[in-house]
Design a protein around this ligand. Sequence first.
Ligand SMILES: *[C@@H]1O[C@H](CO)[C@@H](O)[C@H](O)[C@H]1NC(C)=O
Length: 231
Amino acid sequence: MFSPLFFLTFLLPLFPVHADQAKSHTTNPDLNARLKTAATNFDRQALLPQDSDWYYDFEQHPNYNSAVGAVITADAASFPALTNLGISIALLKLAPCGMLPPHLHPRATNLVTAITGNTTTWMIGENGVKTVRVDLTPLRVTIFPRGSLHVMQNNDCEPALLISALNSDDSGTLNILPSLWSVPQDIIRAGFGDASINAEDLGKYIPEVGTGAIIGSMECQQRCGIVHGKE
Ligand SMILES: *[C@@H]1O[C@H](CO)[C@@H](O)[C@H](O)[C@H]1NC(C)=O
């Protein structure tokens, strides 16, 4: 009575494409598990029989055309053939004046190279060390050591494209501001050293992780004549 196609169409919304989400959606956790337990590389490769198991298309990601830019990551979650290989790669698409807000990767050192644009990066390795600023112009590469806090902004009125390599197939990302606002307000006030600030107001407009990218400084937006709504 009902064709298999009918059921497929019906079931698809139960497996939503995680648009607007920076964390890679684990496409095939069962395959990840089998790749992790394969006895040999020979057995492992038998789990990846198709040529199409061996490539990942950044432009197929639902966030690829996001107006605020996006971080699109090929890692064990989105590209299972990377399981246990200790590496992942992300395409960083920054909108005009776009930025990646302050974040760190708990499990990977990160090398970022610019393909196009002029993106300023800041990196802080630990308390007391110098904040390193690098203008990433095309084909210049910089290092964000594992756990270092970093932030970047596209200075240009054009989109910028960068490639980010990470030495983990599951690097993880921690955005500092939204995560800080998950602790109680009086703890945040104490952290700021000022019990009188209104932490709720202060945190009201912190962008969610979203696509991983946001729109950057007012200075840049004004210089570029861009008016962005609240995303
Ligand atoms: C990149 O942008 C920065 C900040 O606006 C600027 O100081 C620097 O001169 C630019 N670099 C190039 C090569 O345009």
